[in-house]
Ligand binder design. Structure first.
Ligand SMILES: Nc1ncnc2c1ncn2[C@@H]1O[C@H](COP(=O)(O)OP(=O)(O)OP(=O)(O)O)[C@@H](O)[C@H]1O
Length: 557
């Protein structure tokens, strides 16, 4: 299971490079566990032998060899444990770093539309948490499980050689009980973690929504109801946490019972056979304390199996959010055509199979360098059309061609460089004004930024800012008016050099004066570029060659 998952994310070379470290770490862990066990067994032997010799029940004993062996075991345990931690933690962190890079790399390969969904759905923070959970998979699950299995086999072999009857009478029942503890831990954690994984984002989403809509909720008198909903969700989440803790406690209890039952059973049956001379007293002491050491090691297992359940749920989610890219989705590698005309032919597009199509048979053509205004009432599909041209979504039928070539044949980064898009609600980052503008052109001089702001009609606005280009913009540009934020986004666009420009409501929320200034600035910049301007009304547009009403286009289609 774990091996299959690892192979899906890492190629054999990457795994082989880390394999030596992983094997060395595992060997050191087994050595540390074995030394701990030997320490207890030897102590048991030594204490009983000394006691019996003191009572005169056995003859002289050698105290030097067991004493030296105890010191050696204690020293080995400490050094092996230190080395194991050092090696395995470094390797696991290294693997996790590589995994993170791969997961986020794959995410970036997903279509933009899906990424939008991820951002909204809080999926990214869940993904980060899930990748972090995966460090348990080796450190908290595979490694202790293999280590404990190794020393359990070792103890079974020693018992088989020294007191074979204890194998069936003491060890076997304890192993059955331990198996039960592991099943409880694994199944309980898997079931509850899956639900918890859904509850956390739902609660976070609800709290964020509540914070964003707090003024509306207050105005409508719905705040108490909303708080009650958050409360109910968090109570459900806490309830699941309590259940998980209960499962954990039951599994730990069963695990402890398994270990201690091995000790007690070995003691009882061992004592009963002492008289028959099958087992010497000091040897029984070694076995009982050795089993005590094994019981201690077994205590790690229920926790490891609980983490296995949680990690596998996390692994499934990571796999689902960042699946392997389909083999046929190789990015195109065509060069950009000399003439950037746009041609949409017989387009049928629906957002989802069960939804009515936005377009059922749409044709539209823009000559290279032409400036077209697309007008029409809200909800008719103007933005959808822009996204089809940008290649963000694919039509179910028909083709979108740029310069005669399919838009998806171009590499995505080339498309981003050659096609600029001003969305209806552009995003500004919490950064300085200059930082926001330089996203479009990192090497732009202050003079270029100043010029872009003036062309967007923000010359006076900039002059009035005490800190000028260094002015800080709050998250979501909340310290700006809607019109200012929109024009800053336009200024950012003016710093780019695209062949095709799509502007979604560029002059919305502006007064007549600002609109006039922006029309002039945009008009000069758009010269020579193929341009599609989307608007509700045919008035208030930058100068265009042609106006097309989408309502007529869609009806005539
Ligand atoms: N991401 C999406 N997922 C599902 N449906 C969508 C999505 N975006 C838009 N739609 C639907 O597609 C239809 C066209 O929407 P679109 O935003 O393209 O219209 P519009 O003409 O640009 O509207 P407006 O002028 O109000 O921006 C609408 O019915 C809308 O609900």
């Amino acid at each position: 299971m774990i091996a299959g998952w690892l192979e899906r994310w890492f190629d054999r070379g990457e795994l082989r490079r880390r394999l030596v470290a992983l094997i060395l770490g595992q060997a050191l862990l087994v050595l540390a566990l074995f030394s701990g066990l030997a320490l207890l067994a030897l102590s048991g032997y030594f204490i009983l032998a000394s006691g019996l010799a003191g009572l005169g029940l056995i003859g002289m004993i050698n105290i030097f060899t067991p004493g030296a062996a105890i010191r050696l075991a204690a020293l080995t345990r400490t050094v092996a444990r230190y080395g194991e931690r050092l090696i395995t933690h470094a390797t696991t962190l290294d693997l996790l770093t590589a995994l993170r890079m791969k997961v986020f790399g794959r995410l970036l390969e997903r279509p933009e539309l899906e990424l939008e969904g991820l951002r909204r759905g809080d999926a990214l923070s869940r993904l980060t948490a899930d990748v972090d959970t995966l460090d348990h998979l080796y450190l908290g699950v595979a490694q202790p499980a293999l280590g404990v299995l190794s020393i359990s086999l070792l103890v079974a072999t020693v018992l088989w050689m020294t007191a074979p009857e204890l194998l069936g009478l003491a060890l076997l029942p304890a192993v059955v009980l331990l198996g039960l503890a592991l099943i409880v831990a694994y199944r309980g954690a898997r079931r509850l973690s899956r639900r918890q994984g859904l509850d956390y984002p739902a609660l976070r989403g609800l709290v964020t929504q509540g914070l964003e809509a707090r003024l509306e909720l207050r105005a409508l008198g719905l705040m108490d109801d909303f708080v009650e909903r958050i409360d109910a969700r968090s109570r459900a989440l806490i309830g699941r946490g309590v259940k998980l803790a209960r499962v954990d406690a039951i599994a730990q209890g069963l695990g402890q019972l398994a270990g201690l039952s091995a000790v007690w059973l070995a003691l009882c049956f061992g004592l009963s056979t002492l008289g028959s001379g099958e087992l010497a007293g000091p040897m029984l002491g070694a076995i009982v304390l050795g089993l005590f050491g094994l019981a201690e090691a077994w205590l790690q297992l229920p926790g490891a199996f609980r983490r296995l359940g949680q990690s596998l749920v996390a692994a499934d989610r990571v796999q689902a959010l960042a699946p392997e890219p389909a083999k046929d989705s190789e990015p195109g590698s065509l060069a950009w055509p000399a003439r950037s005309s746009i041609e949409l032919r017989s387009i049928r597009f629906a957002w989802a199979p069960h939804q009515p199509p936005v377009f059922s048979d749409l044709d539209l053509e823009l000559q290279a360098g032409e400036r077209l205004a697309l007008v029409g009432p809200s909800g008719l599909g103007k933005t959808t059309l822009a996204r089809l041209i940008l290649g963000q979504v694919r039509p179910q039928r028909g083709s979108v061609r740029i310069g005669g070539l399919d838009v998806h044949a171009f590499d995505e980064s080339l498309r981003h460089r050659k096609m600029a898009y001003l969305p209806q609600t552009p995003v500004l980052f919490s950064d300085s004004l200059a930082g926001n503008l330089r996203l479009a052109r990192p090497d732009a001089s202050d003079a270029a930024l100043h010029q872009a702001l003036c062309s967007a009609g923000l010359g006076d606005f900039l002059d009035a800012l005490p800190r000028g280009l260094d002015t800080w913009l709050d998250e979501g540009a909340s310290n700006l008016s809607g019109g200012e934020a929109r024009r800053i986004a336009v200024a950012r666009l003016l710093l780019t050099e695209p062949e095709i420009v799509i502007l979604d409501e560029p002059l919305a929320s502006l007064d007549r004066d600002s609109m006039e200034r922006l029309r002039l600035g945009l008009g000069a910049w758009l010269r020579g570029r193929t341009c599609l301007i989307i608007s509700h009304q045919s008035e208030c547009l930058p100068p265009v060659d042609r106006v097309v009403d989408l309502a007529e286009l869609a009806v005539s289609a």
